[in-house]
Design a protein around this ligand. Structure first.
Ligand code: AMP
Length: 144
């Protein structure tokens, strides 16, 4: 049985860095840098998820528009169709979602509200812990 999203959030916390759709790409890139994160959730009216914007989107916007990209609203460069999960999802399900859809961040929703963020780093950390525990069990079993 794979670890749940809930148990990861219980350990790492449920704060999510967000910004509004009218923030500029430059400002949002600065936010990613200052908070040392790879993606922010863009929230619209009533705190609803309007999109997600990751470091990959900074690269795409600059590649497409050059320096002018930095003054464009982040809404023009974000991904609007956001794949989310609930606290009941498992790490294995997120791993499958991230690898098949090729992204590294999944916002968590609870009762229609943003309730956390899982990154590929969290998934890898959790899998490493699971593998270490399995190895300990096998060692204990062999040692009798
Ligand atoms: P990432 O690998 O997370 O840096 O994101 C790669 C691309 O996928 C970027 O264009 C992101 O905006 C987009 N993206 C990231 N996370 C998600 C998500 N949960 N749902 C949809 N698109 C996403």
């Amino acid at each position: 049985m794979s670890v749940s999203v809930k148990s990861i959030l219980d350990q790492k916390g449920r704060d999510v860095v967000t910004t509004g759709p009218n923030a500029s790409v430059g400002e949002t890139a600065r936010l990613l840098h200052e908070r040392k994160i790879g993606a922010v959730v863009i929230v619209g009216v009533e705190g609803k998820i309007a999109g997600i914007f990751s470091e990959r989107d900074v690269v795409s916007a600059v590649a497409k528009h050059g320096p002018a990209a930095l003054d464009m609203p982040v809404a023009t460069a974000m991904t609007s169709t956001v794949h989310r999960c609930s606290e009941d999802h498992t790490v294995n399900q997120l791993m499958e979602m991230m690898s098949s859809r090729r992204f590294r961040h999944v916002p968590v929703e609870k009762d229609g509200k943003l309730a956390g963020m899982i990154s590929i780093g969290d998934v890898v950390k959790s899998r490493i812990r699971e593998i270490e525990q399995e190895a300990e069990h096998i060692k204990a079993y062999i040692a009798g």
